[in-house]
Design a binder for this molecule. Structure first.
Ligand SMILES: *Cc1c(COP(=O)(O)O)cnc(C)c1O
Length: 383
């Protein structure tokens, strides 16, 4: 039996938004041809993931010697990009993924957005890109949401936000670019789990790896995804939903999925998740679940776990559940694992009770259904 998730009485501490230290003002130019109301309402009836976009975007530019400038909220539109723009050749690009939720009563909130702002700068550092002041990142997100407020779905939907930065300088020499564009776009998305929490099937890639020591595995960059797509295609060809990557050195240790971190739940109720050693993306969902599990009295350990252990523990019944987690899917049970040598079930192949329990605890917080002792949920500034 697990202890209740929230036993401790902690005061809710809203994280105060520091007054912007930068002197940049976002210039707001409303879209003169927004999607008509009836069309938006129609589109909201069948929300998918990442196909529908709001009317506006946030854009801030960076130029060497000048720094960040020209902040605006403007109609969502294509960029004019020089064919020599370095992102198109050398892939200096990073991104973030976060969600805004509309609580009952109308309050619109973000979940731990400061963590995204901080991680964005860690990714920027690794990719030799300029640091974006965290308050500019947060202000761009807030101002875009405020402008597109009617696009934040109610109920189980949310507004997925995609902040990203890329090298826009027209130059073919190989060095960090001298011009960048930071942009935020937004996409209303539906519940990731339509018709309940069906467990996913995972393909374990033996031939392809995602990240090596000293590489970019811990940075949220487009290049990591480009490198993972062939393995994802291999997974799809084997009838799997997602691919799990093993470490590049020994092809032995489970690292993460293409875009989600992974957890293993044992018969005795304890949990293991692979440690952050530079090749794994430090997920905010991962970090939040670590905290929630710990506070629920669950023994949760960050340690290496091999594919052989996974197979053996699943066969012996020592492993009860496994799940993947990330902002988009939140928490997804792993029911079946396929590999070149065969396949095996995890537990009974369904999403397990500990997985469901943790997911409910996290979703309850994000949706304002349970109180937030951590101060993770932050109202969007609409003024
Ligand atoms: C974004 C991402 C995750 C999940 O991170 P969250 O902050 O939980 O959304 C995990 N792995 C990879 C490779 C990612 O890009």
């Amino acid at each position: 039996m697990l202890a209740p998730i929230f036993t401790r009485q902690m005061a809710a501490v809203p994280v105060a938004r520091g007054k912007a230290e930068h002197d940049m003002q976002f210039e707001i130019t409303p879209n003169t041809a927004p999607l008509p109301e009836d069309q938006r309402i129609e589109a909201f009836k069948a929300l998918g993931f990442g196909t529908l976009f709001t009317d506006h975007m946030a854009v801030v530019r960076w130029t060497e010697g000048k720094g960040w400038h020209s902040a605006q909220i403007t109609a969502r539109a294509p960029f004019a990009l020089d064919p020599a723009a370095s992102v198109l050749h050398y892939a200096q690009e990073i991104f973030e993924g976060m969600k805004a939720y509309r609580h009952e009563g109308g309050r619109v909130v973000l979940f731990r957005p400061e963590e995204n702002a901080r991680r964005f700068n860690e990714s920027a550092r690794r990719m030799a890109m300029p640091q974006l002041p965290e308050e500019v990142f947060l202000e761009a997100v807030d101002k875009l949401i405020a402008q597109d407020l009617k696009w934040v779905p109610e109920g189980e939907g949310s507004l997925y936000l995609r902040p990203f930065m890329f090298a826009s300088e027209a130059f073919l020499g190989v060095r960090p670019a001298k011009e960048y564009i930071f942009c935020v776009i937004a996409s209303p998305v539906g519940p990731y789990f339509k018709g309940g929490a069906k467990a996913v099937t995972i393909w374990t890639s033996q031939g392809y790896t995602r990240a090596a020591a000293g590489g970019t595995g811990a940075a949220k960059c487009g290049g990591n995804y480009a490198a993972s797509l062939i393995a994802q295609a291999e997974a799809a060809a084997h009838g799997c939903d997602q691919v799990a990557f093993l470490d590049a050195r020994e092809n032995r240790w489970i690292e993460e999925l293409g875009g989600m971190n992974v957890f293993f739940v044992f018969k005795d109720g304890s949990i293991i998740t692979p440690p952050l050693q530079g090749t794994i993306l430090p997920g905010i969902t991962r970090k939040s679940l670590l905290q929630l599990a710990q506070d629920a009295g669950i023994t949760i350990t960050e340690r290496l776990y091999s594919f052989d252990e996974w197979k053996a523990d699943a066969a012996s019944g020592n492993l009860a559940e496994a799940f993947a987690c990330g902002t988009a899917a939140v928490v997804a049970g792993i029911g079946k694992v396929k590999h070149t040598g065969g396949e095996f079930l995890v537990g009974d192949g369904q999403t397990g009770p500990v997985t469901l329990r943790l997911r409910e605890a996290l979703v309850g917080l994000q949706r304002g259904q349970t109180n937030d002792p951590y101060g993770w949920v932050r109202p969007v500034e609409l003024a």
